[in-house]
Design a protein around this ligand. Structure first.
Ligand code: GLN
Length: 550
């Protein structure tokens, strides 16, 4: 049965709780243990699928089609363990489950209450798959003291109590602010945070303290004394140049040792950190820099394209170059010629997105990349817009567009567009037909999760992947209409990846171009620092080649 580590946060948010959890996962793996990481989020949305990327950052999609918090992306990137639908839960989902049970009469007429019904639901969730791994790491979103987080804290308190002694460990992440005027690191907010935690019945075993300055031994001892943890369980977490240093840095500070000690695992297996040493070496041995323009919509918040930024970094590590990604608002190219903005970049990436705003700009960016023969990677909407561009400018279909922006498209003369991208309402998943209507709810109605694709022998992508059968993660409603295939192929666009039934275009590439690939799926979600995604690896290689030429 698994041992459980519960990770909570205090003082302020955004301290890197997800990263600390992911790094701990990687370190336990390095000691030979199997791990699974889980996120429990107190917000009321049923899942983050309907939240704006501006508010909540990227939606991370799992193989089994769940729309989850971006922290699950960190978990995967650090441990390589594919997250599942059951690794992410929100208050909204918990209440939805409880209320569904209530409506079904499962509670036999009882009054439904936060304790025990909501807390039981949370505990049942934590237990899923507990026999499969050595360690289950559960991160609680938000900070201690948040009203909406209380049922989660109560649930983990009960959970640890119900398990045999020594099977659960609590790790609490806080901040030691630096007061410049007095030249001191302050421990008081951490003391308060731990007090808050203890007042709801949770005594932390390990304190992880974020600090921008070295934490003197004296302060560590003070924290240990006031917070009632062992001095060697006060783990400093300093700012790092790269997040991928985190496993090595936390190991140096003794985090994994402290966790194993807290569980009484002795002697602790020796860690094998070769994977992370290699990652470190690749980050710091980069020679030169490539500039990649990311032409998108949610450019104000980098977290909106978190996995893309990370996958580009991984591609850089594979090629031992630094990737400088610059975010450009696609709307600019609706008013201005893209040339002066895009000249000087070694590659252009157009990411996924929803809605019409900025799409004509993305089309112009794709055109620039195609005509100037600059490496282009179009992801999801970025692929769809590249197809529209090719239809308009290569295949002589000036009205080509997407039904996403004009629901009349394809239905009569008043339509603004000819729908080369159409609303997919029926498709096959695991040999079964899935059907959707325009009237369906917004949440969870897309083609989501992992689907197979077959690559064309001899195509660029078959060479990049070095195989012809792939599976990749999807999140979209619209699709390139296969009926335009012949027309577009004659014009120079190759449909080099298709769904196994041959009906859904998964990948297109421009034949007469050194590197122009559009993919309907999200390759960035599967890239790891120690296993960069082939598309990102080769995209950066192509960019590096351009950088050497210019
Ligand atoms: N809006 C497009 C669709 O739904 C693309 C989605 C995406 O880029 N993830 O098909």
């Amino acid at each position: 049965m698994a041992r459980f580590v519960f990770i909570t946060g205090g003082v302020v948010s955004s301290l890197g709780k997800g990263l600390a959890s992911a790094a701990l996962g990687a370190l336990l793996q390095a000691r030979g243990f199997t791990v699974r990481l889980r996120k429990l989020d107190p917000y009321l949305n049923v899942d983050p699928g309907t939240m704006s990327p501006f508010e909540h950052g990227e939606v991370f999609v799992t193989d089994d089609g769940a729309e989850t918090d971006l922290d699950l992306g960190h978990y995967e990137r650090f441990t390589g363990v594919a997250a599942r639908r059951t690794d992410s839960i929100s208050s909204g989902r918990v209440y939805q489950n409880v209320l569904e049970k209530e409506r079904r009469g499962d509670y036999l007429g009882k009054t439904i209450q936060v304790i025990p019904h909501v807390t039981n639901e949370i505990k049942d969730f934590i237990r899923i798959g507990e026999d499969e791994v050595d360690f289950m790491l559960c991160e609680i979103g938000g900070t201690v003291g948040d009203i909406e987080g209380l049922p989660f804290f109560e649930a983990i308190r009960q959970f640890a109590q119900e398990k045999p002694r020594g099977q659960s460990v609590f790790m609490h992440l806080t901040l030691l602010p630096w007061i410049a005027a007095s030249g001191e690191l302050k421990t008081k907010p951490t003391q308060h945070s731990v007090k808050e935690l203890r007042s709801i019945g949770i005594a932390p075993d390990i304190l992880v303290c974020r600090s921008e300055r070295p934490i003197p031994q004296k302060e560590r001892e003070k924290l240990a004394l006031f917070c009632s943890v062992r001095p060697d369980s006060v783990i400093p977490a300093y700012d790092l140049k790269s997040i991928y240093e985190a496993p090595l840095a936390y190991h140096r500070e003794g985090l994994d040792q402290a966790v194993l000690d807290a569980f009484g695992i002795s002697p602790a297996p020796r860690p094998n950190l070769a994977r992370w040493d290699d990652v470190y070496d690749r980050i710091y041995s980069a020679e030169g820099e490539v500039r990649v323009a990311i032409v998108g919509k949610y450019t104000q918040l980098e977290d909106a394209y978190k996995s893309i930024a990370e996958a580009l970094t991984h591609g850089g590590m594979a090629n031992r170059v630094k990737v400088r990604a610059e975010w450009i608002d696609a709307e600019i190219f609706e008013r201005e010629d893209p040339s002066p903005h895009l000249e000087g970049f070694h590659a252009i990436l157009v990411p996924g997105g929803f809605g019409e705003r900025g799409t004509e700009g993305k089309i112009n960016a794709a055109r620039f990349a195609r005509e100037r023969k600059i490496p282009y990677l179009g992801i999801c909407l970025g692929m769809q817009m590249a197809v529209v561009e090719a239809a308009r400018n290569l295949a002589n279909m000036p009205k080509a567009g997407s039904q996403e922006f004009d629901h009349e498209a394809g239905h009569g003369a008043s339509a603004r567009f000819e729908p080369v991208i159409f609303h997919l309402k029926q498709w096959i998943k695991d040999n079964e037909t899935v059907a959707r209507s325009v009237l369906d709810d917004k949440g969870g109605t897309m083609r989501l999760g992992s689907y197979d694709a077959t690559l064309k022998e001899g195509s660029k992508v078959a060479e990049v992947y070095d195989r012809t059968a792939i599976h990749e993660r999807h999140r979209h409603r619209y699709e390139v209409d296969i009926k335009y295939r012949k027309q577009l192929e004659e014009a120079g666009l190759c449909f080099s990846g298709l769904s196994p039934d041959g009906r859904l275009p998964e990948i297109v590439e421009v034949t007469d171009h050194p590197w122009f690939i559009g993919v309907q799926f999200h390759p960035e979600l599967k890239s790891k620092p120690f296993d960069p995604h082939p598309l990102f690896k080769d995209f950066v290689r192509a960019a590096k080649e351009v950088s050497r030429l210019v």
